[in-house]
Design a protein around this ligand. Structure first.
Ligand SMILES: [Zn+2]
Length: 494
């Protein structure tokens, strides 16, 4: 295993450099979107604790470093990682031009907006500055006197008033949440007996003058940007949609099996309301078909079948389970772990089938994450290259790119290794195969996962005999059972 950059390496950068000295090395960031210089049209004044600074502005974006400097935060660019680190009191925020992900202390978060490289280092919108950088440090922006004042206190989203009414029918209850203004909302159910309505841009305020009366909904509470529904036994979200004029969120409640409901496409829970799930990732999907056997069996289809069996087994044993796809959908590799991170998953299991140019090679292998260049062997490196081909960011990331995302796995790498061992042991037992062992390779699909994560190659589609077996329900069930037992062995040992 190569050396993993640690928080102390970053801290070293911080001690060495302060902003101002470091209007540097932006040229290193090849391919990063940047703010064209000719767009500098004006400056904005930022004020904090009796000081002020004029900050260049490019259309909707402002230079970020002068604002952080005004606050007294240390901000340093790490050329090796392509990452800015912002240190303020005991907080550390890391972000990169061109990336949606931000590491706030140990937590990896995802934002829609991507900061851009700029003449002063890095620029982003006022909203990004406010929500991503200032709020975690305990400040927010307020417009004042033709500029902005940095105020104490994190940003709370503007309130939205919510009036709830419920109508019980025979088998279902329709819950109508009427909003006093239009704002994006998403409903998710992380298990029975609870559901979350999340507002992307607003904090819900409940009108409690009208009590909620329903056979299926117990009560509602608010927490930050979430409205939390407590439901009666065996009740969950059957469906939801939104309506305009007036803006409403309509939630249908009904009896659901004691597992999480299938999530809508835009599922994005921010609040944990139930046991953390096991996230199963059926490899490939959509146009990305993965490996193909000589008989035309596609990896993407096989892996979905195994994943659904694994889901059923684990749920039957009392675990909460989520799939990264439940149909033949395309998914960017990084979105798969992003989902697991958002759900605060207990473990992440990515399912794949192998291919080799040697037709006789067979058996199952379990991988966990490594830095590029430290794959266990050449075959493992070749496999990683193959599986990384669906990546939205090129076939294999550069070592520079990998560093930030490895920070996420670094903390749990030993656990990932234990999980891989536990799964591989059960696969060997159950399938009676020669041990192909646990290996490390730089799989993009595992990078950025903040929980123990493994990639399992359940067999070789390039082996006609093994490919044939993999299409049978009996063999798929054996594979799924082995993986389920391995995951349970690991969870039991924690
Ligand atoms: Zn694959």
């Amino acid at each position: 295993m190569g050396s993993i950059p640690t928080a102390s390496t970053i801290a070293l950068y911080m001690r060495r450099f302060k902003i101002g000295i470091l209007t540097v090395t932006v040229a290193l960031l090849v391919g990063v979107p940047s703010a064209p210089a000719q767009e500098i049209n004006e400056s904005l004044e930022f004020r904090f604790a009796g000081s002020s600074v004029m900050v260049p502005r490019f259309g909707a974006k402002v230079e970020l470093l002068p604002v952080l400097q005004l606050l007294g935060a240390e901000a340093a660019f790490s050329p090796a990682a392509g990452t800015y680190g912002v240190k303020y009191q005991d907080r550390l925020i890391q972000f990169s031009p061109g990336r949606r992900y931000v590491l706030i202390d140990e937590t990896l978060e995802e934002f829609e907006e991507v900061p851009v490289a700029s003449p002063g280092g890095v620029a982003a919108s006022l909203r990004y500055l406010d929500r991503v950088l200032l709020s975690p440090l305990g400040y927010h922006l307020e417009a004042a006197y033709g500029g902005y004042q940095i105020m104490t206190g994190a940003r709370y989203a503007d309130p939205v008033e919510v009036r709830a009414a419920a109508a019980d029918f025979g088998a279902t209850t329709t819950l109508v949440l009427t909003l006093n203004r239009s704002t994006p909302a998403e409903v998710s159910s992380a298990g029975v007996e609870s559901a979350v309505v999340h507002f992307d841009d607003a904090s819900p305020h409940l009108d409690e003058t009208i009590p909620l009366r329903s056979r299926r909904a117990k009560r509602m509470t608010t927490q930050g940007q979430d409205l939390i529904l407590e439901l009666n036994d065996g009740i969950g979200v059957v469906s939801w949609h939104t309506l305009d004029d007036p803006p409403r969120v309509i939630v249908e409640l009904g009896a659901v099996r004691p597992t999480p409901t299938p999530a809508p496409e835009r599922f994005r829970p921010r609040t944990r309301v139930a046991e953390p799930p096991i996230v199963i990732d059926p490899g490939h999907g959509g146009d990305d078909i993965g490996a193909v056997s000589s008989a035309g069996t596609m990896e993407k289809d096989l892996m979905l079948q195994v994943a659904l069996r694994l889901e059923t087994i684990l749920e039957g044993r009392g675990h909460a389970v989520r799939l990264t796809r439940s149909g033949d959908n395309a998914r960017a590799l990084t979105d798969r772990t992003a989902l697991a991170n958002r759900l605060e998953a207990e473990v992440f299991v990515s399912l794949h089938a192998n291919a080799s140019h040697v037709g006789s090679v067979r058996g199952a292998e379990t991988y966990y994450m490594s830095l590029e260049g430290s794959a266990t062997d050449d075959a493992a490196a070749a496999m990683a290259e193959l599986e990384n081909q669906g990546s939205d960011e090129g076939s294999v990331r550069s070592p520079l790119d990998l560093i930030l995302w490895d920070l996420a796995q670094a903390d749990v790498l030993n656990d990932s290794a234990d999980l891989a061992l536990a799964v591989q042991r059960r696969l060997n037992n159950r399938l009676g195969l020669r041990d192909r062992g646990v290996k490390q390779a730089p799989f993009v699909v595992l990078t950025g996962a903040t929980m123990p994560a493994v990639l399992i190659e359940v067999g070789f589609l390039s082996n006609a005999d093994e490919a044939g077996k993999l299409t049978t329900p009996e063999h798929q069930q054996r594979v799924a059972e082995a993986i389920a037992l391995g995951v349970e062995d690991f969870l039991g040992s924690q």
